[in-house]
Design a protein around this ligand. Structure first.
Ligand SMILES: Cc1ncc(COP(=O)(O)O)c(C=O)c1O
Length: 296
């Protein structure tokens, strides 16, 4: 990733229907989304010039806005077209795509019934973090102090900015101790997910992953489950207690940014990135390539 501050990159940003110079895509400090987290976003990746599962991400963006009580004033077709045109204008083939929608500055206060709903899309270069061998060593995770909230406490299914407050706190705490990330339990004390990715485990050739009943059902998660089943690997989606991690031999995270990332350690538990993890790292890498998508 670039060492340059993100507001100082070059290129264009799609901002409420216009392509504007990157450094001019600004909002006012009195923006509802900033003060009250009335904001939703997506994280997408383009591979070989094509955005992987773009429509699923766009649909989730629109659905997240509705959970927060607002309607993004563009259709899914318009949003997809904006993402694709911006990718072309930016001239990238492998990149990260970030649409974000938020309530504007028209009034300040908890109630913001008539505030404008804004939409912006930024695309920047973000290659995969690791080369395959380095990736296979696995990353180390701490246990987070915060838990994923009860769906009666927060709109846990939306990809809403407010839900990331506890993720940043948890990730910073883990990084301060030398870990790459943190595993969050849910409000009941079950295994939930990492701060920006879903989690999978392997035991005796079977994959286990938590039921996403109070956290994001990742698009990558669903893809990986499908890839595993295509290989004939059994996938059990179920409630997982933290003590069960003792018996799991492999562990990996998955998400648009993380792709499939092996894990070697979570708190006191140890894992050995193994054959199933390697298979899914490879299968996911080939699945996202445009020729694979075109063949379907
Ligand atoms: C909290 C959280 N969980 C899971 C995921 C994985 O979701 P996806 O695979 O749709 O990127 C993400 C990434 O966006 C995330 O931020």
């Amino acid at each position: 990733m670039s060492a340059v501050s993100f507001d100082q990159l070059d290129g264009q940003i799609w901002f409420n229907g216009e392509f504007v110079p990157w450094r001019e895509a600004k909002v006012h400090v009195l923006t509802h989304g900033l003060h009250y987290a009335s904001s939703v976003f997506e994280g997408e990746r383009a591979y070989g010039g094509r955005i992987f599962k773009l429509r699923e991400h766009t649909d989730r963006l629109i659905a997240s806005g509705r959970v927060l009580g607002f309607e993004i004033p563009y259709t899914a077709d318009e949003i997809d077209a904006a993402c694709n045109e911006l990718l072309e204008r930016q001239g990238f083939t492998d990149a990260y795509v970030r649409p974000v929608a938020w309530r504007g500055s028209e009034s300040m206060g908890v109630s913001a019934q008539n505030n404008r709903i804004n939409l912006a899309i930024a695309i920047w270069q973000w290659p995969s973090y690791f080369d395959p061998e380095q990736r296979m060593r696995g990353i180390r995770l701490d246990m987070a102090e915060y838990r994923r909230p009860d769906p009666r406490t927060a709109p846990s299914k939306a990809k809403a900015s407010g839900l990331y407050m506890i993720c940043t706190i948890s990730k910073h705490a883990a990084e301060a101790k030398g870990y790459a990330d943190a595993l969050m339990l849910d409000w009941r004390g079950r295994v939930a997910e990492a701060t920006g990715a879903n989690v999978f485990f392997v035991q005796d050739g079977v994959i286990h992953t938590p039921d996403p009943d109070c956290f994001l059902d990742g698009i990558t998660r669903r893809t990986v489950i499908e890839l595993a089943r295509r290989r004939g690997i059994e996938v059990r989606v179920r409630a997982i207690q933290p003590e069960e991690m003792e018996g799991f031999t492999e562990c990996f995270l998955c998400g648009t940014a993380a792709e499939v990332t092996p894990v070697s350690e979570i708190g006191p538990y140890r894992f050995q990135p193994g054959t199933i993890t390697r298979q899914l790292v490879e299968d996911y890498a080939s699945e996202v390539q445009p020729q694979r998508m075109a063949a379907e």
